[in-house]
Write a protein that binds this ligand. Structure first.
Ligand code: PNW
Length: 459
């Protein structure tokens, strides 16, 4: 367990970011406003009124940032392509990604773009947003355009990031943009995000069948707080809405029956033809893993949501009574319980219960409130978190799981959605006043892990 953990040759050692969280330059090159540009201006929506207007200015500093990736020895970099930039003026809006991809390839770093990391053009939200099926069609057009420009040099593609968050935090709890609170719309949003994934894969594959496509879903290990019937049923519902509601359509071509039954009163009845679209063959699945949900069901309790500093409304559509009692495990600065064994559990479950597909951890990391002392951030907690989760990945590989890579969240401190700049996930500290980058202890630790191709004996 704590011995050496050597990873297979060719295993990808990566880090991830997303456009709105790092780029800034929200007016450059005819970029149109996204739902996050609007949402951050809503009073009380984001802690301290922070916005992504400047973020960490990656748009202008990407060459420096690619240099940092090179210093760390990263072999892959996951970023997102901003739909609001592409939406601008023809191919012009994608020129930034053209340059970024070339810089990455020059540095020997494999680009892993994600096409939707939550920045829907505001005009498409005004036309109905994700609850409207038309948004999925528009997304496929955008995917085809991005793939047309970059697909000659970029092999590995991810369509949507964390459709659970985009749908249920965006349209049910209102913690994320566009900040709507309608459970029926949230279900439609989830469904159309998945349809958008399927249509995008079809469109891109038609252009270049040799490239590799997939989505990135946020999965949790889920356990009932006790073996009481109420807790076991609450865990079934949370696993249903968090994990199976996305995995079953994607990989099996159907929604889980029990979840459909729970959601019946919202009139959620997706057409069969859509399931065939969602269930496109894919070459890889991205898993974003942060924590385990321990769940209890108390019909008398108030709905509970812990997704943002404000959370008053539950994202758990159809299951307002579920609660997430603390188990006493240590937590990160987000309040999320740390449980690396849950990552092994999730990976092994995917391997055993779903058709074979290459897996990749596309996000995993820990956010804290932290500041440098004497010029350096000492972040032993983050190192411990990453060490534990990489060992969990290794355990999964040992159990036969085809895990092909690991991307830590995140390369740089950045705009953490409803939490603004108050929580830092980076391996590299960013001083928000000067935008100066400085590697944390965890960055040096990760570089050493990459250099030796795994973990040594745990100290
Ligand atoms: C993911 N929740 O977001 C995103 O993909 C990243 O953009 C983000 O920075 C990272 O994880 C850290 O938060 C999430 O409340 C945001 O359950 C909120 C939740 C989960 C994931």
């Amino acid at each position: 367990m704590s011995g050496r953990a050597d990873f297979p040759d060719g295993f990808r050692w990566g880090a991830a970011t997303a456009a709105y969280q790092v780029e800034g330059a929200t007016d450059a090159g005819g970029r149109v406003p996204s739902i996050w540009d609007t949402f951050v201006r809503r009073p009380g929506a984001v802690l301290n009124g922070d916005t992504g207007d400047v973020a960490v200015d990656h748009f202008h500093r990407f060459r420096e940032d690619v240099g940092i990736m090179g210093d760390l020895g990263l072999t892959a970099y996951r970023f997102s392509v901003a739909w609001p930039r592409a939406h601008a003026s023809g191919e012009g809006g994608l020129a930034f990604y053209d340059r970024l991809v070339d810089a990455l390839l020059d540095a020997g770093i494999e680009p892993w773009p994600t096409l939707y990391h939550w920045d829907l053009p505001q005009e498409l939200e005004d036309a109905g947003g994700w609850p409207s099926r038309d948004t999925a069609l528009r997304f496929a057009d955008f995917a085809a355009r991005a793939h047309q420009v970059l697909g000659d040099r970029v092999t590995n593609w991810l369509t949507v990031n964390e459709p659970w968050c985009a749908a249920f935090l965006g349209y049910a709890s209102g913690d994320h943009a566009p900040g709507r609170r309608d459970p029926g719309d949230a279900l439609l949003a989830a469904h159309h995000l998945m349809v958008g994934h399927g249509l995008a894969v079809q469109a891109m594959r038609a252009q270049r069948p040799g490239n590799r496509f997939g989505a990135a879903v946020n999965l949790y290990a889920v356990s009932p707080a006790s073996d009481s019937e109420a807790d076991v049923d609450a865990a079934r519902r949370v696993d249903g809405l968090q994990n199976r509601f996305f995995l079953d359509p994607l990989l099996l071509g159907r929604y889980p029956e029990d979840v459909l039954a729970d959601l019946e009163r919202f009139g959620f009845a997706p057409p069969d033809a859509d399931l065939a679209v969602i269930n496109q063959p894919i070459e890889h699945l991205g898993i974003n893993y942060y924590s385990r949900h321990t769940v209890s069901g108390d019909p008398d309790s108030a709905p509970q949501a812990a997704s943002s500093p404000f959370a008053e409304h539950s994202p758990w559509v159809g299951s307002d009574h579920v609660r997430f009692p603390s188990t006493g495990r240590p937590v990160t600065g987000m309040g999320w319980e740390i449980d690396p064994s849950g990552l092994t559990e999730v990976l092994v479950r995917l391997h055993r219960e779903y058709p074979a597909v290459d897996l990749c951890v596309t996000e995993n990391g820990a956010g804290y409130q932290e500041e440098p002392s004497n010029g350096t951030v000492h972040d032993p907690e983050r190192i411990g978190y990453l060490d534990g989760h990489l060992r969990a990945c290794h355990d999964a590989i040992t159990a036969g799981v085809p895990l092909r890579g690991y991307f830590t969240w995140s390369l740089l401190d950045n705009f953490e959605w409803a939490w603004g700049y108050s929580r830092r996930f980076g391996l590299v500290h960013v001083d928000y006043a000067t935008l100066r980058r400085a590697p944390k202890d965890s960055a040096r630790w990760y570089a050493e892990v990459i250099r030796r191709g795994g973990l040594g004996d745990r100290g």
